[in-house]
Design a protein around this ligand. Structure first.
Ligand SMILES: Nc1ncnc2c1ncn2[C@@H]1O[C@H](COP(=O)(O)OP(=O)(O)O)[C@@H](O)[C@H]1O
Ligand SMILES: [Mg+2]
Length: 331
């Protein structure tokens, strides 16, 4: 979780500067490394030159720059995976939701994105022996859909102490895109202070789409989204935690090929998210899931169920064919 820095550990940095950093809550190398210098100035009152220096020094300590593939493999051994509630979904995700990267849940309204978030907020906080991360969950809710009663239902269905589960989930409601940007900027401090192991943003693009309307605003919008995603990625890497984002699809009826529904956020989202998980409604309470564009996960299609206990495997009959079932996912 990053060691609290001792005075003088950053070579050439005065102890008064370290004290200022401590006072502002920047007590670890990771939090200094991921906080933009401009913000360090605002938080501590130190000069820009000093802020640039401590930020660069902390970065050097935390981020070794180029590493050999052997070292990379060693670093990835620290990567953890949290189970999702469905063994099938865990399997196609390579064992569960990874730390150190962004996982994106994509799907239309009621496709089950928020239900996966709920389930993760219960399961990912469980101890490592139970397939969780043994840390807190931080939820940035932009749509007001994160209802604690549903968390209680999932926790109790799975035999957990609901009060304990609720106590390990930090929820912030983001009222607009600027608020969302601010909440994400504060994540290094929050993650450090509360031992957060998973950050959920549900949904990532909604506010931006709602506020930046028209072609003329597109560049600015994409730039803002890229900034938020950059901050999220740095937090994922520096704290070795999972970031899970949800994203809607937008209908592009003029699309010349495949599914007319495309994830929103364009290339900026596509680049930042390591694993993109596409959800579709299936028969009854089931959802069809496929990983798309992953650097190493197969694009296999599976089915999960949404029940009282949140996300589970489907227990129904596989051979009963339902005409309404949208079994084919074409991306
Ligand atoms: N308590 C529950 N038990 C079973 N299914 C539920 C429960 N709550 C919600 N659902 C299912 O989840 C669906 C909504 O999924 P949700 O994840 O909120 O969609 P979105 O992708 O828009 O976030 C509902 O249509 C319903 O089918
Ligand atoms: Mg939702």
């Amino acid at each position: 979780m990053g060691e609290v820095i001792e005075f003088g550990i950053l070579d050439g940095v005065a102890s008064t500067t370290i004290k200022k950093l401590h006072k502002a809550g920047l007590v670890t190398l990771e939090s200094i490394a991921v906080t933009p210098p401009r913000e360090i100035v605002e938080l501590t009152g130190m000069g820009m030159e000093t802020a640039l220096k401590v930020n660069a020094l902390a970065r050097l300590e935390v981020d070794p720059g180029f590493v050999s593939a052997t070292e990379l493999l060693e670093m990835r051994k620290h990567m953890m995976r949290a189970r999702t509630g469905s063994k099938e979904l865990d399997r196609i995700m390579g064992g569960g939701i990874e730390t150190g990267v962004i996982t994106e849940l994509i799907g239309e309204f009621a496709s089950g994105k928020t239900q996966i978030c709920y389930t993760l907020s219960v399961l990912a906080q469980r101890p490592v022996e139970e397939g969780g991360f043994g840390g807190r969950i931080c939820v940035i809710d932009t749509e007001g859909t994160f209802i604690p009663e549903r968390v209680v239902q999932i926790a109790e269905s799975r035999g957990y102490d609901a009060q304990e589960i609720l106590g390990n989930i930090l929820v912030a409601r983001a009222y607009n895109s600027e608020h969302q940007i601010m909440l994400v900027k504060n994540l290094p401090q929050v993650c450090q202070e509360h031992d957060v192991k998973m950050v959920i943003v549900d949904s990532m693009i909604g506010h931006f789409r709602g506020e930046y309307i028209g072609r003329g605003t597109l560049a600015e919008r994409q730039q803002k989204i890229a900034g938020v995603l950059g901050n999220l990625l740095r937090v994922a890497e520096a704290f070795n935690l999972s970031v899970v984002l949800t994203n809607q699809v937008q209908s592009k009826p003029d699309s010349a090929y495949g599914d007319p529904n495309k994830p929103t956020g364009g290339h900026v989202m596509a680049h930042a998210c390591t694993h993109r998980v596409y959800l579709r409604k299936g028969r009854q309470n089931t959802r069809l899931i496929q990983v798309i564009d992953s650097p190493y996960l197969p694009e296999e299609k599976i089915r999960i169920a949404i029940t009282e206990a949140g996300v589970t495997d489907e227990e129904g009959e596989w051979d009963i064919y339902d005409k309404e079932d949208t079994d084919e996912i074409e991306i």
